[in-house]
Design a protein around this ligand. Structure first.
Ligand code: BG6
Length: 511
């Protein structure tokens, strides 16, 4: 048998124990696009437990058969592997069920309980239960209470493990986040709460930890002595799609900065954990988030830029401005772009700016972190020899084209000594054989295994809200500072000025 050298060293994990998964919001967008395609791919790779069932719960009046038909279409459209394999689908569909009902009615929870008991009996799910909240956030409290009151999940349920998975946003602001956390912890122990931030499930995000802590050469320079600044870009070319109502109440600051961006920042900036045990990793992340400087109102005015897209062209298509999107107020001041300068008040990062920028309707979809180093203290080559030389940088390409680039100087071939910046590249595509699994595959597997390493802990979420809250407060008090940008551009001019303010000549990378 020939072996594929690119897969050498890959380790397989233990199969998860028998489990039933209840998805509230089972006929919703996330179930179609992410949850069910991820489960199908786990089935395809033999990673679902033997005893498994998924129960979708929503108000839509589907039968089990209707639901299976609908989800088959979703998998055909959204699965990363195509075409859908009939035999695998049939095996998966036989473990897929649906219960229509409103979460405001206690009887819905009684019926769910009955179906779960039947799964234990017929499919060997052994009393282990995962409840996935993928509904509108305003329904979270009644679902959590419904589970507790019906004793089908949480502390008062004793027939097996029971866990709850909470989709972001975890609250609307600091106060509501604390209230939600209290409510969840009244019913479920913190160790059974899994808050999903799907960025942490991305291979390229986890690779930040590998790059930093599996290599000896980067850590000594990973600090304010050597790093000039860090840039994190989360750019999307899509608009808000059909999510006008949600976006109006969230904005980019809650949708991306409070969670995805700050979680990535935490991985870039945290201290090395002693072990890769969940609490060791989460302690370090919480610690660095705690050290992020809380902006004063007047600092928000200069260090944070709020933008909103106007009409324009993206990928050759003319698109409307945010205010003309469905379910958006014609005079909305909601942010679809945020650029911010944050600093971290600790020994490692004192005075090193972390620039974050994220926006909808930018020219392309790209997420990357660039750690830009200080220039060499002295260049001996003189004058023109250095033209075209940029400082060293490590660019972590989170998506697409996942990988890492190291930018360094090399001699230009020829009879004179001239140097120029060149790139050294690592790409997942060529280094490893397998397609990258979707983040939800990894995270669903982790919930089933009870491994919380890649899920933000309560205090991390709280720290992230503490960072964002002064910005929300300032924006609520001052509606004036909104900058418009044309769709298909890299955001408002104010975003460019932000990065240059403290160091003239500094500019955002063009990914
Ligand atoms: C979600 C946001 O959490 O992340 C969306 O709600 C955004 O607005 C999405 O489009 C981006 O995810 P990804 O994996 O495509 O970068």
């Amino acid at each position: 048998m020939t072996t594929n050298p690119l897969t050498e060293g890959e380790r397989l994990r233990a199969a998860p124990p028998p489990t039933a998964l209840v998805v509230f919001g089972g006929s919703g967008d996330l179930a179609h696009r992410k949850i069910v395609p991820a489960l199908y791919n786990l089935e395809l790779n033999n990673m679902l437990p033997q005893g498994f069932a998924m129960l979708g719960v929503s108000r839509t009046k589907f039968t089990d058969e209707d639901y299976r038909r609908d989800m088959r279409k979703a998998v055909e459209e959204f699965s990363r592997t195509q075409p859908v394999e009939d035999a695998v689908w049939d095996a998966f569909a036989s473990r897929l069920f649906y219960e229509p009902g409103s979460t405001s009615e206690p009887d819905t929870f009684r019926r769910i309980g009955e179906r779960l008991d039947a799964f234990d009996e017929d499919l060997g799910t052994s009393g282990n239960r995962i409840f996935y909240l993928s509904t509108l956030p305003r329904l979270f409290p009644e679902i959590i209470n419904g589970l507790g009151d019906a004793r089908i999940g949480g502390r008062r349920y004793r027939q097996g493990a029971s866990r709850v998975v909470v989709e972001k946003p975890f609250g609307h602001d600091l106060r509501s986040a604390l209230e939600l956390a209290d409510l969840v912890n009244e019913v479920f122990d913190e160790r059974d709460v899994f808050r999903i931030d799907h960025y942490l499930g991305k291979e390229s995000v986890q690779n930040i930890i590998a790059l930093r802590f599996a290599n000896g050469i980067f850590e000594p320079v990973w600090n304010h002595h050597y790093v000039d600044h860090v840039e994190l870009t989360v750019a999307e070319s899509i608009g808000i799609e059909h999510r006008g109502a949600f976006y109006e109440s969230a904005g980019t600051i809650r949708d991306i900065i409070q969670n995805h961006a700050l979680q990535v920042l935490a991985l870039i900036a945290m201290e090395p954990p002693a072990t890769f045990e969940p609490e060791d990793v989460r302690n370090e992340k919480a610690k660095v988030l705690k050290a992020v400087h809380r902006l004063h109102p007047e600092e928000v005015d200069v260090d944070v830029v709020r933008g909103q897209y106007g009409p324009g062209w993206v990928d050759g298509t003319e698109v409307v401005g945010y205010r003309s999107e469905q379910n958006v107020a014609p005079d909305s001041v909601t942010d679809t772009y945020v650029a911010a300068r944050l600093t971290i008040d600790n020994w490692r990062w004192a005075r090193t700016p972390f620039y974050l920028r994220t926006g909808k309707r930018l020219p392309k979809r790209v997420t990357e972190v660039a750690v830009q180093f200080k220039t060499a203290p002295h260049l001996p080559f003189g004058g023109e020899a250095n033209d075209g030389l940029e400082p060293n940088a490590i660019i972590m390409r989170i998506q697409p084209d996942e990988g890492i680039t190291l930018k360094f100087a090399a001699k230009v071939p020829g009879s004179v000594m001239a140097v120029r910046s060149v790139n050294m590249d690592f790409s997942y595509d060529t280094a490893f054989a397998n397609d990258l699994p979707d983040a939800y595959e990894r995270l669903l597997l982790d919930v089933m295994l009870g491994d919380p390493t890649l899920f933000p802990r309560r205090d991390e979420v709280e720290q992230a809200w503490q960072i964002v809250q002064p910005i929300l407060d300032r924006w609520a008090a001052d509606q004036a500072g909104l900058h418009f940008y044309e769709s298909g551009t890299w955001g408002p001019e104010a975003g460019e000025q932000l990065i240059a303010r403290h160091s003239p000549g500094r500019h955002w990378r063009r990914p």
